[in-house]
Write a protein that binds this ligand. Structure first.
Ligand code: DHB
Ligand code: FE
Length: 308
């Protein structure tokens, strides 16, 4: 059966009342958004002839998603974080702020307030015997001038692909540090090479991905926020080369410029400057920031974030 009711006066008036358009109180922006969203939902129901059974399974899916705390996990899987990045890239291009190291999604697993270190940080608590990662790089402006005192906020998963705080079995702020660059713009971190990440296999995100014939895996990756006075705040990540999912990331965060080799070396000059001797796996990520006077651009956008 396929009936058309969207153009009727009854449905138009219903949508206006739903969104409070006939009320003086409330928030106009929210009203506009809700009116549009509900219109489009109704339109989808009409166009795709959604059955009551399909409709209610979607409603209870959202209930479960919330109960599992997975709404912000599902969003990247549905390409929404990537889409916001595409828009921000286009806005930067329009504002003449393109260039520098590319952004990519923040993901849902950042925790604010990680220990702040000068030049060097040991990120792991020593409880997992993984390959020693020596993560190093230089933060510069677009002309290649080093930026001393830039803040490099780094977070990554452990050998299980799990993040501290969200995985309560890990110590506080394990694999999370903020590092101030030295006088030459350099940062160095000793850690463990992270494993790839997978969505909770019994969770709501994976349940939907299964229906789409998709996996819920991310390659081994390392997250960064980088900020320096007078420069645009950068949210980005690197994906390690050679991972099965490097170019098949369910969260769509991979960009060619952000794929980095993990190179086993007998010794690391950057590591030895900080007393890390012997064989390590070196991961080098140099970061170029774009200069801007806009205070707004110098800060990360607001969103709900955990604070341990
Ligand atoms: C998700 C997890 C991540 O570690 C990440 O970086 C991005 C997204 C997720 O579960 O959606
Ligand atoms: Fe992640």
């Amino acid at each position: 059966m396929s009936v058309k009711t969207m153009q009727t006066q009854e449905v138009k008036e219903l949508l206006e009342k739903v969104a409070g358009l006939n009320q003086a109180a409330g928030n106009d922006r929210i009203k506009t958004i809700v009116h549009r969203v509900m219109h489009d939902v109704f339109q989808i129901i009409e166009d795709l002839d959604i059955t009551p059974e399909e409709f209610w399974s979607a409603v209870y899916y959202i209930n479960d998603l919330g109960k599992n705390g997975e709404a912000a996990l599902l969003a990247p899987g549905l390409g929404m974080d990537k889409y916001l990045d595409i828009r921000m890239d286009a806005e930067d291009a329009q504002a003449g702020l393109a260039g520098g190291t590319p952004r990519t999604i923040e993901g849902p697993l950042y925790v604010a307030g990680a220990p702040l270190c000068d030049g060097f940080a040991r990120m792991d608590d020593g409880t997992q015997a993984g390959d020693i990662m020596l993560l190093t790089g230089v933060v510069t402006d677009e002309q290649g001038n080093p930026l001393a005192g830039a803040t490099v906020d780094v977070w990554h998963a452990d050998l299980k692909g799990a993040y501290s705080y969200f995985d309560q079995s890990q110590s506080e702020y394990n694999l999370r540090r903020r590092i101030k660059t030295d006088a030459l713009g350099r940062y160095v971190a000793q850690s463990i090479i992270p494993s790839g990440y997978g969505c909770p296999p019994e969770g709501s995100t994976q349940a939907l991905l299964n229906q789409l014939g998709r996996h819920g895996q991310r390659p081994a990756h390392i997250h960064f926020f980088i900020s320096a006075p007078g420069h645009k705040h950068l949210t980005t990540q690197i994906n390690l080369a050679g991972d099965e999912y490097t170019y098949d990331d369910f969260a769509f965060a991979t960009r060619d410029e952000l794929v980095v080799d993990a190179r086993p070396v007998a010794r690391s000059a950057a590591g030895e400057r900080h007393g890390v001797t012997g064989p390590v796996t070196e991961v080098e990520f140099n970061i170029k920031l774009v200069s801007t006077d806009s205070k707004d651009q110098q800060e990360m956008h607001k969103r709900q974030r955990a604070l341990a």
